[in-house]
Design a protein around this ligand. Structure first.
Ligand code: S3P
Length: 424
C-alpha cells in the first residue's frame, strides 16, 4: 500500500500513545513461564507483539482476549513441544527472547522468520547460549535456529554489545540453568526484562551494568503496559519541526533506559515538558508536552546510543531542521535492524532534500535544509523508516509518496490515524 504524506499547518491537541512494544513482548513471554493466569492490560496490537502472543500459544499457553487490548494468559504446567517450526515473522525481539526460553527445554524446537529476520545476526545469542550448554543448529548464525533439548549451566557472560535482546535471552536461559547466571554489558541497555522479572518475583539482582539471575518460579501479577516512547518519538519529532505545533502525548513510558531521545532533543533546544510522572507495573510513565522549536545541532555518541537506538532515523530527520551540524556516532548496530538503517535513512533523507552523509557507525547531518519532497520513497519494509518518511512529508514543500507503508503495522498500526487527529 502506497501512502502520500502532505505538508500540514501544525499539529495541535492531545493523544494517548499506544502500548510499548518491548514491554508487551516481555509481558506475553514471561506470562508463559508463570504456571498460572496473568492479566495484561494495554497490550500492543502491533504485528511483532501479536507474533509473541501466537508463539506462547504454540508452547501451550491459553490466550483469551478480554477487551480490545486486554488479554488473560494462562500458562501451561509444562511448556508444550511445538509440532511445527515457530514462525517469528519480522520480530527480532520475539526471536532473541524466546531463544533463551527454548534453549533450556527438554524438547526440540525450530525458529524461522521472514526474509528480513532471516538475514539478521543471531551469533550474539548463539554464543552465550552455547556456553551455557545449549545445542543449537543454525544456518551460518542466522535463522532457522534448531534447539535440541539440553540442560543448561549458569555462566558469567561479558557481552561486547549493549543489547537488551541479548541480555534478556541470557537472563531467560538463566531461569532454567543450574546455578547462577550473570550478564554484563558495556553500557546499560533497556531494562524492562530486569524490572518485569523482579516484579514477577524472580531471583534477580542488579549491580550497574551487571545482572545476576538464578532458577526461579515467576508469580502471577497483573501487568499494565505503558505507552511506547519509541512510537511517541515520531510525534515529538513532528511537533518540534512543524511550525505552529503544540501537542501533549499522554501515558508515555519514561524508563530512564529509553529516554535518550528526550535528553538529546532538549539539548538541541526542543521545548519538551514532562508532566504527571508516576509508576505503572514497575515502569515510569508520564505525559509529554512538545512545541515547535528552534533547534541547534549536537553530537550523539557512546553511552546514550542504546537509550535511543530505535529513535535514530527520526532523530536524523529532526537534525536536518537544526541550525547547525549534527553528528551521530557509535551506532553501528543500526545496520543490523529490520533493514540497514544507516544506509536507508541517509538515502531517503538525501532524496527528500536533506544533506546527510552516512558513516560506518552513524551520520553527519548538515542543517538546516529545506525538504523539497516531490519524490516516491521506499519504506525498506521497515516500520521506523516508513514513519520517519511520513513525518518528513509533513514539512516537505511537495508531497512524499511512501511505498509499502503497511509495514508501520509492525509496531504502530494507529500511527496515521493519530497524525490525522492532530493535524491542522
Ligand atoms: C529491543 C531492544 C533493542 C531495540 C529493539 C527492541 C528489546 O534491540 O532495537 O527494537 O525489546 O529488547 P537490541 O537489544 O538488539 O539493541
Amino acid at each position: 500500500m502506497n501512502v502520500i504524506s502532505k505538508k500540514i499547518n501544525g499539529l495541535r491537541g492531545e493523544i494517548v500513545i499506544p502500548p510499548d512494544k518491548s514491554v508487551s513482548h516481555r509481558a506475553a513471554l514471561f506470562s508463559l513461564l508463570t504456571q498460572g493466569t496473568v492479566e495484561i492490560e494495554n497490550f500492543s496490537l502491533g504485528q511483532d507483539c501479536l507474533t509473541s502472543l501466537d508463539l506462547i500459544q504454540k508452547l501451550g499457553a491459553e490466550v483469551e482476549r478480554t477487551c480490545e487490548r486486554s488479554f488473560k494468559i494462562t500458562a501451561p504446567k509444562y511448556l508444550k513441544a511445538p509440532s511445527k517450526p515457530l514462525y517469528c515473522g519480522n520480530s527480532g525481539t520475539t526471536t532473541r527472547l524466546i531463544s533463551g526460553i527454548l534453549a533450556g527445554q527438554k524438547f526440540s524446537s525450530t525458529l524461522t522468520g521472514d526474509e528480513s529476520l532471516s538475514k539478521r545476526p543471531m551469533k550474539r545469542i548463539i554464543t552465550p547460549l552455547a556456553q551455557m550448554g545449549a545445542k543449537i543448529k543454525h544456518s551460518d548464525f542466522r535463522l532457522p535456529l534448531e534447539f535440541q533439548g539440553s540442560d543448561l549451566d549458569g555462566i558469567y557472560y561479558k557481552s561486547p554489545l549493549a543489547s537488551a535482546q541479548v541480555k534478556s535471552c541470557v537472563l531467560l536461559a538463566g531461569l532454567f540453568a543450574n546455578g547462577e547466571t550473570s550478564f554484563e554489558e558495556p553500557y546499560i541497555s533497556r531494562d524492562h526484562t530486569e524490572l518485569m522479572l523482579q516484579y514477577l518475583g524472580a531471583d534477580i539482582i542488579r549491580n550497574k551494568t551487571r545482572v545476576y539471575i538464578k532458577k526461579s518460579n515467576l508469580v502471577c501479577r497483573p501487568l499494565t503496559v505503558v505507552g511506547d516512547i519509541s512510537s511517541a518519538a515520531f510525534f515529538i519529532a513532528a511537533a518540534l519541526i512543524t511550525p505552529n505545533s503544540d501537542i501533549t502525548i499522554k501515558n508515555v513510558g519514561l524508563n530512564p533506559t529509553r529516554t535518550g531521545i528526550i535528553d538529546v532533543l532538549k539539548q538541541m533546544g526542543g521545548e519538551i515538558e514532562i508532566l504527571n510522572q508516576h509508576k505503572i507495573s514497575g515502569e515510569e510513565v508520564g505525559d509529554i508536552r512538545v512545541k515547535y522549536s528552534e533547534l541547534k545541532g549536537t553530537t550523539v555518541s557512546g553511552e546514550i546510543i542504546p537509550r535511543l537506538i530505535d529513535e535514530i532515523p527520526v532523530l536524523a530527520l529532526v537534525a536536518t531542521q537544526a541550525n547547525s551540524e549534527t553528528i551521530i556516532k557509535d551506532a553501528q548496530d543500526l545496520k543490523n535492524k529490520e533493514t540497514d538503517r544507516i544506509s536507508a535513512t541517509a538515502k531517503v533523507l538525501n532524496e527528500i532534500g536533506g544533506d546527510i552523509t552516512p558513516t560506518d557507525d552513524g551520520f553527519i547531518i548538515r542543517g538546516k535544509t529545506e525538504l523539497k519532497g516531490g519524490v516516491s520513497v521506499d519504506s525498506f519494509k521497515d516500520h521506523r523508516i516508513a514513519m520517519t518518511e511520513y513525518v518528513a512529508g509533513l514539512i516537505s514543500k511537495e508531497n512524499i509518496e511512501i511505498k509499502d507503508f503497511e509495514w508501520v503495522n509492525i509496531s504502530f498500526p494507529e500511527f496515521e490515524g493519530m497524525i490525522e487527529r492532530l493535524k491542522q
